[in-house]
Design a protein around this ligand. Structure first.
Ligand code: G4P
Length: 285
């Protein structure tokens, strides 16, 4: 799914989230492990108010394991509960369920003391488009888990999915909007393939991607295209070398920048380069 955001969505989302929050014990904020900050809206913390929250970093199968370790430390240091998952393979889902119970334990214990037994934990998934919300709901819900009936106060079509005997999940996730006011955030969303191809400059995005890869993953860039470059080579020269290697030339033998950019952006989206992350915690300091 591609991101297309209109200002009107914002108010609607805010309203929906605040209506549903009344029924929720804990928020699961889903982000893309390759860009955990750029794939979230920082307003989420204000929106969820004092609710408990777990950050779930999805698509770990695509992210750089070494950078994942840095993010783990980052969330630990911040005291923010987190879980790494791969929703397609179902990796980390057991850990997520355990984490929900762990985070909610003090509340459940307090309620038990007050005589409120058999209380169920109600969860809501929030995240920007394409982070894997629907996939997570399907994976966590599974085929065997029964959906419960409608609950008053929730949008009629919403239902609760029984995750375990004591955990219920709202079957409709809250859709947040990405924060487009920083050009770099837009670029990163473009690199992971979350923005509609027609709404940004593909050639500029590809050139900046080369600039990022040569710094962060020079070996991968070299190995993929079998090109040589050093610190004196410009990003544009690297693009020229890639085009020449792949014979992406226009009539007259000039470099076809449109096709070269298309090919590079396509390859990064298809993860031909292997596991790559596009931001790490130090950047946030
Ligand atoms: P959303 O509800 O948050 O919008 O996301 P959704 O579940 O629709 O997932 C978006 C895309 O991400 C889907 O690919 C889905 O298969 C993929 N996806 C979800 N979780 C994971 C994961 O853990 N690893 C990987 N590699 N992919 C994951 P799609 O339908 O092919 O969409 P698109 O890639 O063409 O946009």
């Amino acid at each position: 799914m591609d991101i297309q955001w209109y200002p009107g969505h914002m108010a609607k989302t805010k309203r929906l989230i605040s209506e549903n929050l009344k029924l929720i014990d804990i928020v699961i904020e889903l982000v893309d492990a390759r860009i955990p900050v750029s794939s979230r809206n920082p307003e989420v913390d204000g929106l969820v108010g004092g609710k408990k929250k777990i950050v779930v970093l999805n698509k770990t199968d695509l992210a750089d394991p070494e950078i994942n370790k840095l993010w783990e430390q980052h969330y630990k240091d911040a005291g923010q509960p987190y879980v790494f998952v791969d929703c397609i393979k179902g990796k980390g889902i057991k850990e997520l369920i355990a984490k929900i119970k762990q985070v909610m334990k003090p509340v459940m214990d307090r309620d038990k003391k007050k005589g409120r037994m058999n209380r169920q934990i109600k969860c809501l998934i929030l995240g920007i488009p394409n982070v894997g919300k629907s996939t997570l709901i399907n994976t966590i819900g599974g085929k065997s888990t029964a959906k419960t009936g409608n609950i008053p106060g929730v949008t009629k079509s919403n239902q609760w999915i029984k995750v375990s005997s004591d955990i219920l999940l709202l079957d409709t996730p809250g859709i947040l909007w990405p924060k487009f006011d920083d050009e770099v955030i837009g670029l990163k969303l473009a690199w992971i393939g979350s923005i509609k191809e027609t709404i940004y400059d593909r050639e500029e995005a590809a050139l900046k991607l080369i600039g990022y890869l040569r710094e962060a993953y020079p070996e991968k860039l070299h190995d993929r295209y079998k090109i040589e470059f050093d610190e004196n080579t410009t990003d544009l020269e690297i693009m020229d070398k890639i085009a020449l290697k792949r014979k992406l030339l226009a009539r007259g033998g000039e470099i076809d920048y449109a096709r070269t950019s298309e090919m590079i952006m396509d390859e990064i989206k298809k993860t031909t380069f292997g596991k790559i992350s596009f931001e790490w915690p130090m950047e946030q300091l």
